[in-house]
Every structure is written in C-alpha cells, then in structure tokens.
Write a protein that binds this ligand. Structure first.
Ligand SMILES: Cc1cc2nc3c(=O)[nH]c(=O)nc-3n(C[C@H](O)[C@H](O)[C@H](O)COP(=O)(O)OP(=O)(O)OC[C@H]3O[C@@H](n4cnc5c(N)ncnc54)[C@H](O)[C@@H]3O)c2cc1C
Length: 302
C-alpha cells in the first residue's frame, strides 16, 4: 500500500514525488512513455528560474535523479483507471495494479493532430510532431511548421539551423507566439511565414510530397512541395481513463483550481500540471502544481 500513487512522470508528477518523499511518504510514480514528460521534446529551456539555458532532456534527467535520490519508486506502465475510495484506491495499469491511499493525476497533455487523411500513415515519414526528435532527418531539406504559437516558433527556429527552408503556416492572421520568438523568426533568412492559411490535404501517394493549403480569406489553394511538416498546433489532455472519478471539461482537462483538488471528485484524488484546467501551461506552473498536490495529499493522509 503506497501513501501516494502519482500518475505521470512529467515535471508536475516528479515534483509531487519529490515533495511527498521529503514528507516521508511511500511514493510510486507510474509513467507510460517518457520519464520527464513533454519537456524532453524541448531543445532549449530558458525560462525556468535558476539556470540560463538547458535542454529539456538535461532538465528531465536532473528531476528524475533528484526524485530517485529521495527514494521514490517508479514503474513503466500505462494507467487505465482508478477504482476504490480514499485510503484504498486501486490504480489499474495495462500490466498490473497498485494500491494507494491517495492518487495524484499528473498526465499532462500530448500533441494535437491536424486530423487529415494520411496523417497517421505518414507519421515519422514526412509528418512529425517534434523538431528536436526528427529535425536532423531533414538537414538541407524544405520543411514547414504548422502553427504560430510558442511551440511552433521554437520548432521553426530550431529547424532553421539545419533545414534549407522553413515555412510557418498559421491559420490566424497573426502569430500568437511571444514577441521575443517572433522577432527571432523575422531575422532568419530561410524562414517564411504564411498567415491565414489552413492545411487542406497531405500530398503524396506512397511517399510524402507536401501539403495543399488554403487561404481562409481569399479561399485560394496552394500546393507546397516539402520534405516534411512539423505539426505544432497545441495539445490535448489524456484523461479519458479517469472520467469516472474526476470531472473533465469540454476539452478533456480535469476541472480544478490552484488547490489541485479536482472539482466534484472522489476524496483522496488530486491533480497537477498541464492535465488540469489552467491558463498557463509551462514547467514553472506544472512544478508549482506538483508541490501543491503533494502537500494536499500529505495533509489528507495526516
Ligand atoms: C516542444 C515543447 C517545448 C516546450 N518548451 C517549454 C519551455 O521552454 N519552457 C516551459 O516552461 N515549458 C515548455 N514546454 C511545456 C512544458 O513541457 C509542459 O508545460 C510541462 O511538461 C507540463 O508538465 P506536466 O508534468 O504537467 O505534463 P507532461 O510533461 O505532459 O507529463 C505528463 C506525463 O504523464 C504521462 N502519462 C499520461 N497518461 C498516462 C497514463 N495513463 N499512465 C501513465 N502515464 C501517463 C505522459 O507520458 C507524460 O510523461 C514545452 C513543451 C513542448 C512540447
């Protein structure tokens, strides 16, 4: 019987583990894919206090090392549901189950897809969701980034270092990323921005050849011949497995405020990080939630 079972080993879950272990609770962290979560996809983290620049992987490694040093247990498995009640929860996974007095859901979010025909067929072969993972495959090639927010602009800046050309395709008439990134984009000679345009179609039969885009104002359609696209149009949470024990909003986020106690949930369940309703989804806010959720769980256990 664990005191606290944490679902998800991103910055939120790992911080929760750190705080819970410092309170001498018996802690298990269950992660289905990548210890460190989304930040492992970031080539550069420059907005976390305490250091000037660090890769997301380096940052994640430090978090994991710290949590292991404090004595948290970790398990690689996918959680499929939570059963029971406070003091006696069963966290069900694909390969087994674990018992805990309390549970913290810190499942984060994942990349949103365009929802186009052939998108899944070409994933990894022309369609990517991560420049840091796949950018090197397109050295000297023509690529596009779909989206205009912070993640999209970060991806474009990274790709511009090695790709021949980078076309940023944004559905809105302006880029929504922060000003520092927009200024950096403007200075890059091999980056072109196409605004007010949506992707209509992925081109190519057996091999990815490019995309067809449409201007949302003029309705004009254009084919772009490309070697790859990098889709960066936001994220979606992964909370379906928990819809019986916590309330999800229309987008699938766990409804919760800064207390990290989900609205209307069974007592003893807490949430942290990008998986819950919140305005700003960043490492700093995920980490803040992790600390809050762990301390709430500790005081619940008593
Ligand atoms: C490309 C990119 C660049 C970024 N750059 C920055 C930056 O520079 N600065 C910054 O502050 N933020 C940045 N972010 C955002 C930041 O990474 C996130 O806000 C942060 O990682 C959220 O932490 P989290 O722990 O809530 O969720 P996540 O990091 O998403 O971690 C959740 C974890 O839960 C796991 N999980 C999900 N479902 C289950 C399940 N059923 N069972 C078991 N495990 C599960 C997932 O596999 C994942 O590892 C970036 C994000 C991306 C994608």
């Amino acid at each position: 019987m664990y005191d606290i079972i944490i679902i998800g080993a991103g910055p939120a879950g790992l911080t929760a583990a750190l705080y819970a272990r410092r309170a001498e609770k018996k802690v298990l962290v269950i992660e289905k894919e990548t210890f460190g979560g989304q930040i492992t996809h970031s080539p550069k983290v420059e907005n976390y206090p305490g250091f000037t620049v660090m890769s997301g992987n380096e940052f994640a490694d430090k978090l994991i090392e710290q949590v292991m040093y404090q004595g948290a247990e970790i398990e690689l498995d996918t959680v499929t549901g939570i059963k029971g009640e406070a003091g006696d929860f069963t966290v069900e996974c694909e390969r087994g189950s674990f018992c805990g007095k309390t549970v913290i859901i810190a499942t984060g979010a994942k990349h949103r897809q365009l929802g186009l025909d052939r998108e899944n067929d070409f994933t990894g072969e022309g369609v990517s969701y991560c420049a840091v993972c796949d950018g090197a495959f397109y050295k000297g090639k023509d690529v596009a980034v779909i989206g205009g927010g912070n993640s999209a602009l970060q991806e474009a800046i990274l790709l511009a270092k090695t790709s021949k050309s980078v076309t940023v395709v944004q559905n809105l008439p302006f880029l929504t990323g922060e000003i520092k990134l927009r200024e950096e984009i403007e200075k890059l000679p091999n980056v072109k921005v196409i605004l007010s345009s949506i992707v209509l179609q992925i081109l190519g039969d057996n091999k990815f050849e490019g995309i067809k885009i449409q201007n949302t104002e003029t309705k004009e359609e254009t084919e772009l011949s490309l070697d790859s696209i990098f889709v960066a149009i936001g994220q979606q949470p992964d909370n379906e497995s928990f819809k019986d024990v916590v309330k999800l909003n229309e987008y699938g986020y766990i409804v919760s405020d800064e207390s990290c106690i989900p609205e209307g949930s069974i007592k003893g369940i807490f949430t942290a990080g990008d998986c819950r309703t919140k305005k700003i989804r960043q490492v700093a806010t995920a980490i803040s939630d992790g600390a809050t959720a762990a301390l709430e769980a500790c005081s619940f256990i008593g």
